[in-house]
Design a protein around this ligand. Structure first.
Ligand code: CP
Length: 306
């Protein structure tokens, strides 16, 4: 039985296979419509979510399966003090696979150690968000045609943004990927990513503050919101929240093929006037998230579709 805690749980070859499966699902959805008949996914969300929880549920429903779960700690027995370890033992009796989001780093890992069903990390604190990374990789590969030879700007809250941490982990395994890390001083990438992931892999990267300086050289801009829920005080959040706003004027500095991705939700960091720009692909990215989660469910449940 396999779990998914980090994008590195899959080799590059396994990731290729998963993304190929997602592309086949996109082209031939009817072929997979009964692949999970009789199977159930439990979505255990101790933190708010729109995309991740609903896309897991849509993915399982598209495969013919069913869904159960909770969408906040308050509506589960966590409010009475039940541990994650006990909860997963219970849920293992009800479902075949589970996706868990939790504000504490490592909580899905703790669950996986006690689980008798595959556990998927659907975001743990400021740590990792591997299924967002699968979504991002599928979006990039489908729209750019490759995952190598790319100059990627990662912009915004690089300190708390778990989607950025997971994406860097995944992309350092592809040749000739350059990162431009665009953030205010206070929201720079954590040391453990800089030292243990980027420097240890001899990764080509630089850190800048001004988005305008980076835009002309990018193949891809990955915008992120400032993570309000991870700040210790409101004052710091308010000071940081509008540090970057991508608007039409800034998009003129970018090349004609530069794609704009965002894991969403968006707050103010991308002006709505950018939404109609053909380079803005963050809503397409959401659709890729369903295909890749369908592929992930099939893979972890070891369901083969001929
Ligand atoms: N991208 C993402 O994780 O969105 P949600 O928080 O809405 O799930």
């Amino acid at each position: 039985m396999r779990h998914l805690m980090s994008p590195l749980d899959f080799t590059v070859e396994e990731l290729d296979k998963l993304l190929n499966l997602a592309n086949d699902i996109e082209k031939n959805p009817e072929k997979y419509a009964h692949a999970c008949d009789g199977k159930k996914i439990a979505t255990l969300f101790y933190e708010p979510s729109t995309r991740t929880r609903l896309s897991f549920e849509a993915a399982m429903l598209n495969l013919g399966g069913s869904v159960l779960g909770f969408s906040s700690a308050d509506s589960s027995s966590a409010a009475k003090g039940e541990s994650v370890a006990d909860t997963i033992r219970i849920v293992s009796c009800y479902a075949d696979i589970c996706a868990m989001r939790h504000p504490k780093e490592g909580a899905p890992l703790v669950a996986s150690l006690k689980s008798s069903i595959p556990v998927i990390n659907a975001g743990d604190g400021g740590h990792q968000h591997p299924t967002q990374t699968l979504t991002d990789l599928l979006t990039i590969r489908s729209l750019k045609g490759r995952l190598d030879n790319l100059t990627i700007g990662l912009c915004g809250d690089l300190k708390f943004g778990r989607t950025v941490h997971s994406l860097i982990h995944a992309l350092v395994r592809y040749p000739n990927v350059r990162f431009v890390l665009i953030s205010p001083e206070e929201l720079r990438i954590p040391d453990y990513i800089r030292e243990d992931v980027l420097k240890r892999n001899n990764q080509d990267f630089r850190e800048v503050v001004r988005l305008e300086d980076a835009l002309p050289e990018l193949d891809l801009l990955y915008m992120t919101r400032v993570q309000k829920e991870r700040f210790f005080n409101e004052e710091d959040y308010v000071r940081m929240k509008d540090f970057y706003i991508l608007d039409k004027a800034k998009m003129k500095l970018a090349g004609p093929d530069m794609l704009v991705l965002h894991p969403l939700p968006r707050v103010n960091e991308i002006s709505v006037e950018v939404d109609d720009d053909p380079r803005a692909v963050y809503f397409k990215q959401v659709q890729y998230g369903v295909y890749v989660r369908m592929a992930l469910i099939l893979t972890l449940l070891e369901v083969e579709v001929c």
